[in-house]
Design a protein around this ligand. Structure first.
Ligand SMILES: [Mg+2]
Length: 389
């Protein structure tokens, strides 16, 4: 069956609009004060609104087959990714077999090499790839995890990423990732502050719960070593994305310096080759590609296979909060945890804050994957408007 159209869209219906911003007072995830690499320059305040490059612009892609069936995928930074879908990848794919997902990905991957197949092109390709998987599942009346060879499990164990760990505990989560407050330019004051926060968090979640720390690229090698040494008594399950992506040598140095504290990374790496290098250099213990950014589900399955062969787990970034991440975890033997980014403020249930109709949410830290066709999303065509108007 042939592809009739590839469209870029934005969500417009009230019931599908974003849940309260995670940085709203008392909310779960992003808190004021979390540094990104750009905060080397104090002119940029540490809030999402004052951070150039902060996650923004959720863009959806709808791929429609010649029989009228359609599939949906999404990514971010839509202002930059949409022109690539509209002007380049879309025209390349229209008229081709919508089931030939491997071929369609290879066409996108190869054709983008001369201007950069990672970065924005990877975002655009991810959204298209996800729409193709959703479409295939809907046409074949099968959930995507079945198309991938699953299920390996139907109930997923979640860890929560939250600014408010008390609220996360109340919701029944039993594994926790906390936000980082220190940029390497904060020096010893940053380390002291961070230790205080980690100590408090460890006390709150108890001695046996998984507790992780998420610096989001805000350390350099020397600072990361100092922080990791200082935090050793708190037995973190992992430190996540301590350095900017592609600083593989830096990660190698970190592993040598602090071999007992696992490193997770990957949400800002794109494409299988970047992950192959992490695996080959043995400088990451957990791989965290974002399925909406790293090249889509097809690419993340390849990343998974590379990691699985090396005995390394792939736990996609934010996977529990997106249908593709849930289906990926259901279909892969060695992805035994999923990340759920808490976006509901205290008192608002996860279901009430859920912005994707039909997508299951965790209950007591566990999530039962949908067995509806495709990704199981229950959007209506009128939930969307064209991205560019
Ligand atoms: Mg992260």
């Amino acid at each position: 069956m042939k592809i009739r159209s590839v469209e870029t869209l934005r969500l417009i219906r009230a019931h599908t609009l974003p849940a309260p911003l995670p940085n709203a007072p008392g909310a779960g995830a992003r808190v004021v004060g979390v540094p990104f690499p750009i905060h080397k320059y104090p002119e940029f305040g540490r809030t999402p609104a004052t951070t150039p490059g902060e996650v923004s612009g959720e863009m959806w892609v709808r791929v429609t087959a010649e029989n009228g069936e359609w599939g949906l995928g999404h990514t971010h930074w839509g202002d930059y990714a949409a022109p690539l879908v509209d002007k380049f990848f879309g025209p390349l794919l229209v008229g081709r077999d919508c089931f030939a997902i491997e071929l369609l990905n290879d066409l996108m991957w190869r054709s983008a090499q001369r201007f950069g197949a990672t970065g924005v092109a990877s975002l655009a390709r991810s959204a298209i790839d996800l729409a193709l998987w959703d479409l295939k599942g809907k046409v074949l009346a099968q959930p995507v995890y079945r198309l991938l060879g699953g299920p390996c499990r139907s109930t997923l164990d979640c860890y929560v990423t939250a600014g408010n760990l008390e609220w996360a505990r109340e919701l029944g989560f039993k594994a926790f990732k906390m936000r980082n407050s220190a940029h390497y330019d904060d020096g010893i004051e940053g380390i002291n502050r961070l230790e205080e926060q980690v100590a408090k968090a460890r006390e709150l979640v108890g001695p046996d719960a998984d507790l992780m720390l998420n610096p989001v690229m805000s350390f350099n090698v020397e600072y990361a070593i100092r922080v990791m040494e200082r935090l050793r008594p708190y037995r973190l399950r992992w430190v996540e994305e301590p350095l900017m992506p592609y600083d593989t040598e830096g990660l190698v140095r970190l592993k040598q310096a602090v071999p007992t504290l696992p490193i997770a990374t990957g949400e800002d790496h794109h494409g299988r080759h970047a992950f192959r290098e992490l695996v080959e250099r043995r400088c990451a213990d957990v791989l965290q590609p974002d399925i909406r950014w790293a090249g889509g589900l097809s690419e993340v399955m390849k990343i998974y296979t590379i990691a699985e062969a090396a005995g390394i787990a792939t736990i996609p970034h934010g996977g529990g909060g997106m249908p593709a991440g849930q289906h990926f975890a259901a279909a892969t033997a060695e992805s035994t945890l999923v990340e759920y980014v808490l976006r509901s403020p205290p008192g608002v249930s996860l279901q009430d804050a859920n912005r994707i109709p039909g997508m299951p949410v965790p209950r007591d830290g566990k999530l039962v994957v949908s067995d509806a066709p495709g990704f199981g999303m229950e959007f209506l065509p009128e939930d969307f408007a064209p991205w560019s108007v």
